[in-house]
Each structure stands twice: as C-alpha cells, then as structure tokens.
Design a protein around this ligand. Structure first.
Ligand code: ADP
Ligand code: ADP
Length: 225
C-alpha cells in the first residue's frame, strides 16, 4: 500500500497548464528526488501533494485519504521550504513547541520533551533559546526539519532545501537529510543539485514541461543519458 498516490493530476494557473497528467506512487522508506528545469512544475507538484495548491483534475491520496477532502491529512505531510519559514519572533524551541501545542494538542511538557529530542537529532540542542536571525541558514533549515518531524508526518516534502545556502551549510543540511533517509523516513526532495540524487535518493522523477519524462533509479537515469 503506497503512502502517497498521485493519480493523473492536472493543475493550471490562469488557464496555463502547469501539470499535465502526472501519476506515481510513493512507498514507505523511499527517497524520491524530483528534478527538472526551472518552471517544469516541480514546486507546484509538491505543493499539490501537501494541499497548498488545489488541483483541477485527478486525485492525490495520502495515507488512504484524499488530499483536499479531509483536514485529517494535515500533519501527515511535512514540508521544508527553501527559505526555512520559521517564526521570527519565536525562539528555536518555541518554533517547535508552539505548533506541537496548537496542532497536536500536546501539553507544554510533552511538547518540550519532543522538541528537545528532535533538536538533538539535528544537532542544535545548544541553540534552543536563540532566535532564528542569530542562526546560520543551515542551522535555520535544520530547525525547520526538526519542526516538520515534530508533526510525525508519513512523508516529508523538501522544496529546494539547500538552494539558498552556501555549499558548506548545504552540506550540513544534506547530512541531516541523509541520516533521516537512513532512519527510514519517506522523503520527496525537489532539487537542482544532481549530486543529491546520486548521493542518497533511491528514485528520481524527472519533470519536463508538466509531465514525467523519467521515473526510475539514479543508476537507470545515468544509463539513459
Ligand atoms: P519549478 O518548481 O519546476 O521551477 P514551478 O512549479 O514553480 O516550477 O512553476 C511551474 C510554472 O507555473 C512556471 O511557469 C511558474 O511561473 C508557474 N507558476 C508557479 N506558481 C504560480 C502562481 N502562484 N501563479 C501563477 N503561475 C505560477
Ligand atoms: P520555485 O521554483 O521554488 O517555485 P519560484 O521563484 O518559481 O520558486 O516561485 C516563488 C513563488 O512565486 C511561489 O509561491 C510561486 O507559486 C509563485 N510564482 C511563481 N511563478 C509565478 C507566476 N508566474 N505568477 C505568480 N506567482 C508565481
């Protein structure tokens, strides 16, 4: 049983079709990289999966529920954005604790315990009382990853997670993502960085002009070219 089922979806913006009949399934533990040139629809595709964009036709099912039909999908799909999207007026700890209280209805102690364990996982336990602006971009992105994990999602979507980072900071974030991959998380990563693909993903989806032109292993991709 797949965690995510994308079934023949179509999406347009002001009558311009951006996704033109996309279908694929994602199974537990898969690390899927979505690549393709700028404007090919990568970002739109993952925004449709987490319900940020409404599709015109087709169906997306996450954990047996249709995205858009049910609020119960919220929390099942974690999202990590290019520009981190942290709350600037919350400390690192509060960035995780507050959503846990509001969305998961945890009490303060439970939320703090979970947040601390996740901040340890991303190696930021010494930054819990800092505000985001005092952290490097790589550290901020690791907070965003910890926050996504705090919802205990079935799948985590990453939209160009390292594009706004200098190479050495991008490397830290890659390493964090790689360790999540080893732990068995299911991840979908939109990326320009082809090295990410060969490094730790086990499947590549190539988007061209709103359609899938390749779906297979990194090895098969190399052999195709
Ligand atoms: P990618 O992530 O592959 O660069 P996007 O999904 O961001 O591609 O964009 C696909 C196409 O849709 C582009 O032509 C882009 O300009 C257009 N697009 C994306 N978001 C919007 C929007 N909110 N309104 C109108 N057009 C959009
Ligand atoms: P990405 O490739 O990561 O989607 P973009 O720079 O293409 O980044 O898009 C950034 C934001 O602008 C997104 O929210 C996207 O939906 C929106 N956007 C992109 N293209 C257009 C467009 N042609 N018209 C309106 N909004 C757009």
């Amino acid at each position: 049983e797949p965690i995510v089922q994308v079934r023949n979806i179509y999406k347009d913006y002001n009558k311009t079709e951006v996704l033109k009949g996309i279908s694929f399934d994602i199974f537990k533990g898969e690390i899927v990289s979505i690549i393709g040139s700028s404007g090919s629809g990568k970002s739109t595709l993952i925004r449709c999966i987490n319900g940020l964009e409404k599709i015109k036709n087709g169906e997306i099912i996450v954990d047996k529920k249709v995205v858009g039909d049910s609020r119960s999908v919220i929390g099942k799909v974690g999202m990590v954005f290019q520009d981190f999207n942290l709350f600037p007026h919350y400390t690192v700890l509060e960035n995780i604790v507050n959503p846990c209280k509001v969305i998961r209805k945890m009490n303060t102690d439970e939320a703090k315990e979970l947040a601390m364990s996740l901040l340890k996982k991303v190696k930021l336990e010494d930054k819990i009382n800092e505000y985001p602006k005092n952290l490097s971009g790589g550290q901020q992105q690791r907070v965003a990853i910890a926050r996504a994990l705090s919802m205990e999602p079935e799948v985590i979507l990453f939209d160009e997670p390292t594009s706004s980072l200098d190479p050495e900071l991008a490397y830290e974030v890659f390493n964090t993502m790689k360790s999540l991959a080893k732990e068995g998380f299911t991840m979908v990563i939109v990326t320009h960085q082809i090295n990410m693909v060969t490094n730790f993903s086990n499947r590549v989806i190539f988007l061209e002009n709103g359609k899938i032109s390749f779906d297979g292993s990194p090895k098969e991709l190399m052999e195709t070219d």
